[in-house]
Design a protein around this ligand. Structure first.
Ligand SMILES: NC(=O)c1ccc[n+]([C@@H]2O[C@H](COP(=O)([O-])OP(=O)(O)OC[C@H]3O[C@@H](n4cnc5c(N)ncnc54)[C@H](O)[C@@H]3O)[C@@H](O)[C@H]2O)c1
Length: 357
């Protein structure tokens, strides 16, 4: 079991969760560099955790140069993906960890994925809800065969495509054991969030067929089916896996439910801790421990690896292309010839005022 020297950029809202996990699992990681352009934020965190001033930086490249880490982690807003990822390549790290959405275009997503492949960098993207007790229970039931053979996966979330949609696309692939998509069709509308820092149409609906014959329907953003009161907006999402016999679902609010061969004709379920409670105590430490295990051993591929994230990104791009061109889109896509779909949606989608009631 090796211990990895990690340097991190960004100590905002999510950066704190990442850094806390590195400090918490100190048998697997040593935080050798922490960088933020916001000096006050950086010092606030460093004082709180009693970090030595030598590991603090306000320039990411200077931090990489000074620390030469094994692992580079960046936790910034989506506009900074490629320049940050390139630092991982330039400084020959073994591992790269960064946040969703993995990119702001398919070209960028592919450039990062290809660089990691070419340089032999193991990379993970934070789709860490897979570690929620509710999601793990749902997956355990599905994998046990207790719902029969998987036939269809449904996902909904109130938050938009680049916020929680990217998470749920990844969980659809996970639930279906990574079978690649064959084709996608979709509908999108609403331009407001195409100028958000998490670029998205206001509403996205997709229908995908995978190579193993399983289908998925999903919807993200305004108008999506809701399962909770409005104040639970950020955890109002659900992944449901249907089988030839029954179904199992999990959500970010810690709940799961199922109807299975062994449930004796009953619907069963539980309410566990929600996402907010689990994110620091469970999700991030488990997610990062699995990363250290993968860095130790090539055969222990991380469930949030860059290949599954890239394919999820590609499917979402296909859904948006289908919506704009009114066609079925077959996968894989060619990232070199794909036009910037967000730019196209900005230009081509009609104005669509939201209903207020
Ligand atoms: N996986 C999850 O569950 C989850 C949850 C929330 C947010 N996120 C994602 O995390 C990412 C970051 O979100 P956030 O809410 O932490 O953002 P944030 O704005 O709170 O933090 C970003 C930090 O990066 C710093 N920064 C920006 N440019 C920098 C640079 N060039 N060098 C050094 N530091 C720089 C900023 O000063 C800021 O402190 C987003 O992509 C978001 O989607 C993921």
């Amino acid at each position: 079991m090796n211990k990895y020297r990690v340097a991190q950029v960004g100590i905002g809202h999510r950066g704190v969760i990442h850094a806390n996990a590195f400090l918490q699992i100190s048998d697997r990681f040593e935080l050798v560099g922490l960088c933020d352009i916001n000096q006050e934020r950086l010092n606030g965190y460093a004082n709180d955790k009693k970090l030595p001033s030598e590991i603090l930086f306000t320039d990411a490249e200077k931090m990489m140069e000074a620390t030469k880490p094994d692992v580079f982690c960046f936790v910034t807003q989506p506009d900074l993906r490629l320049p940050m990822a390139k630092l991982a390549g330039k400084y020959n790290v073994k591992g790269l960890a960064f946040e969703k959405p993995m990119a702001t275009s398919l070209k960028e997503a592919w450039a990062i994925t290809k660089m990691c492949k070419d340089k032999g960098i193991k990379a993970i993207i934070s789709h860490q809800h897979k570690y929620l007790t509710s999601m793990q229970k749902m997956k355990e039931i599905v994998d046990s065969g207790d719902i029969g053979e998987v036939s269809y996966v449904n996902a909904t979330c109130q938050a938009w495509l680049a916020q929680l949609g990217t998470h749920y696309m990844d969980y659809i692939l996970w639930a279906n054991n990574g079978s690649p998509a064959r084709w996608a069709v979709g509908h999108v509308h609403g331009k407001e969030l195409l100028s958000d820092h998490h670029l998205s149409p206001n509403y996205t609906m997709g229908h995908v067929e995978f190579e193993n014959g399983v289908r998925s329907y999903f919807e993200f953003g305004k108008l999506s089916a809701s399962h909770m009161p409005k104040e639970n907006f950020w955890v109002d999402d659900r992944l449901t896996v249907y089988g030839t016999y029954g179904y199992a679902w999990g959500d970010a609010n810690g709940r799961w439910g199922a109807f299975t061969k062994s449930s004796g004709g009953d619907v069963i379920g539980e309410v566990g801790d929600d996402w907010g409670t689990q994110q620091s105590t469970r999700l991030q430490p488990l997610y990062m421990k699995d990363f250290a295990d993968w860095l130790d051993d090539d055969s222990k591929v991380h469930p949030c690896n860059i290949d599954i994230s890239y394919h999820g990104y590609e499917i979402l791009e296909a859904v948006c292309i289908s919506a704009v061109d009114n066609i079925r889109v077959d996968l894989p896509l060619d990232p070199d010839t794909c036009e910037d779909i967000f730019e196209r949606m900005r230009k081509e989608l009609p104005e669509c005022p939201e209903r207020v009631n």
